[in-house]
Design a protein around this ligand. Structure first.
Ligand code: GDP
Length: 489
């Protein structure tokens, strides 16, 4: 059942905003680039690395404008949206470069404006373009996108779906306490704040547990239960699904009526404004996924990642059939799905990782029907924390990756101190990915051949002149070329 997201006045206002945005864009062209992904996928690291490499003229051979020397300068400017927090670029780079620690991850929406002054490659473009592009980078939790399907569901449907997913074998043990608690309440009893809070907390605990490292499940809505942003502890988040809701409305004053009202308030005051004010205004989107973590965790986690990816992609489906109306004249025309942290693998496995992600995405794209947007797939590392080498073992020469494992990481019983560089044999991804599920099963059978330790950010090299080189990466330049390259042609 599709309900219309916006009221008529909302739509008129958005159309007006978009038109005036367009007009302003003629004078100073801008591009809104959304950066999303589930928590810990690598959004903060990606944005920091992207900006750092552009500002410091990093090595980006596959990014045409940079390679051909047409970028005069890239610099940060005041962002246009005063109500959105600024992405704390300087703090993040300080952590990465000076302290060699990973920066604080994304917890809510933030924004940064990067302006690039360039020279067009063609004389024709030089005549008509201003030679300046402002890229508004919008960082936001992927968990919030997973809320979109809620707009098409009433409270009873939301509840039924939540219980159905909670009973799946990969989730049933984690959800047991919450389901047990929910089964003891009578939805038609008088509303009671303590009961609502107890159920909401228990439900949120279950959602968080699914996300824990070993299980590596992608998340379920409501997104703010995992990433509350500024709503931490607010009554808008004090609701939970209730079991076995019959047809017919709830008795006024009952627990069900209270939960229903809060669920509707969450949709109206949290979900809709987020889509209207942020997602609907994006031009381009990158979705980061931690595919290796899912592969390591097994087939259920891979299936779950695919489900989340389908739902995320459906948010960008243009036009009819989308819960967002087709009134927006800004449309996302390019989407990049990037598997991050490829520096955990030897380069021979990078293409394999990319092939696996492509399979995952192909199915998701078909289901989500994102026709109209160009979708590409990439295996990359926004920051390369390792370098490659070989180790002789008897007669064999084995490829290894070399980096500084984080303190307290362990491999084969050895615990690292966070200071010592170590060579690690990362293992291979399967050569022929017949189906992602078979791969995950295969990896489960083999006891996960990819050894996964987390590394510290790299030590930046200096040139003979003492200039610090910019952050190393894998294929970050390809991502840039796809996301903004055409706008600098
Ligand atoms: P966010 O929640 O999406 O903002 O995730 P972050 O960008 O904070 O990344 C989460 C963690 O993943 C970081 O603390 C790093 O440990 C790791 N990570 C992210 N990107 C990379 C990468 O390119 N290479 C490596 N080696 N680790 C990464």
């Amino acid at each position: 059942m599709a309900t219309s997201l916006t009221t008529f006045t909302d739509e008129a206002r958005i159309a007006f905003d978009t038109l005036s945005g367009r007009a302003a864009g003629l004078f100073s062209p801008s591009l809104r680039l959304g950066v999303t992904g589930l928590s810990r996928a690598g959004k903060t690291v990606f944005i920091s690395a992207l900006v750092h490499n552009l500002i410091h003229g990093g090595r980006l051979p596959l990014f045409n404008a940079q390679k051909s020397g047409r970028i005069a300068r890239a610099f940060l400017e005041h962002q246009p949206d005063d109500a959105v927090p600024r992405f704390q670029y300087e703090d993040h780079v300080e952590a990465l470069v000076a302290s060699r620690i990973w920066p604080d991850s994304t917890r809510a929406i933030s924004e940064l404006r990067l302006t690039i002054e360039y020279e067009s490659a063609s004389g024709w473009n030089r005549m008509f373009s201003s030679g300046k592009l402002s890229v508004d980078i919008v960082d936001y939790p992927g968990e919030w996108l997973l809320d979109l399907p809620l707009l098409g569901k009433d409270y009873a449907e939301f509840s039924a779906d939540a219980f159905q997913l909670a009973a799946l074998p990969v989730r049933d043990d984690l959800s047991a306490d919450w389901r047990a608690a929910a089964s003891t309440v009578d939805p038609l009893a008088d509303a009671d704040e303590m009961t609502a809070r107890r159920l909401a907390e228990s439900f949120a605990w279950y959602l968080k547990a699914c996300k824990a490292d070993s299980r590596a499940l992608s998340t379920l809505p409501p997104g703010r239960f995992l990433m509350p942003g500024d709503l931490e502890g607010s009554p808008a988040l004090t609701f939970a699904p209730l079991p076995d809701l019959g047809q017919g409305g709830a008795r006024p004053g009952s627990l069900q009526a209270m939960m229903e009202r809060r669920y509707e308030a969450y949709k109206t005051h949290v979900v809709k404004p987020f889509f209207r004010e942020h997602v609907a205004r994006l031009d381009r989107q990158i979705v980061l996924i931690d595919a290796m973590q899912a592969l390591n965790a097994g087939p259920a986690a891979v299936a779950d990642l695919e489900r989340a990816l389908t739902e995320i992609l459906a948010c960008f489906r243009p036009g009819r059939g989308n819960l967002l109306t087709d009134l927006f004249s800004r449309r996302i025309d390019r989407i990049l799905i990037a598997a991050t942290k490829a520096d955990h693998l030897h380069h021979e496995s990078h293409d394999r990782l990319q092939a696996i992600v492509r399979r995952l995405v192909d199915r998701a794209v078909k289901r989500a029907d994102v026709s109209g947007a160009e979708v590409d797939v990439l295996a990359m590392a926004a920051i390369r924390a390792t370098r490659e080498g070989t180790v002789k073992q008897g007669r064999e020469t084995l490829p290894v990756i070399i980096g500084t494992p984080l303190a307290d990481e362990t491999i084969n019983g050895e615990t690292f101190d966070g200071e010592t560089e170590t060579a690690i044999f990362p293992g291979d991804l399967p050569e022929r990915p017949e189906s992602v599920f078979e791969i995950a099963e295969e990896m489960e059978r083999q006891g996960s051949p990819v050894r996964f330790v987390r590394f510290r950010p790299p030590k930046l090299e200096r040139t003979a002149e003492g200039v610090t080189l910019s952050l190393p990466h894998i294929r970050l330049d390809r991502a840039l070329q796809f996301l903004i390259g055409d706008r600098l042609a």
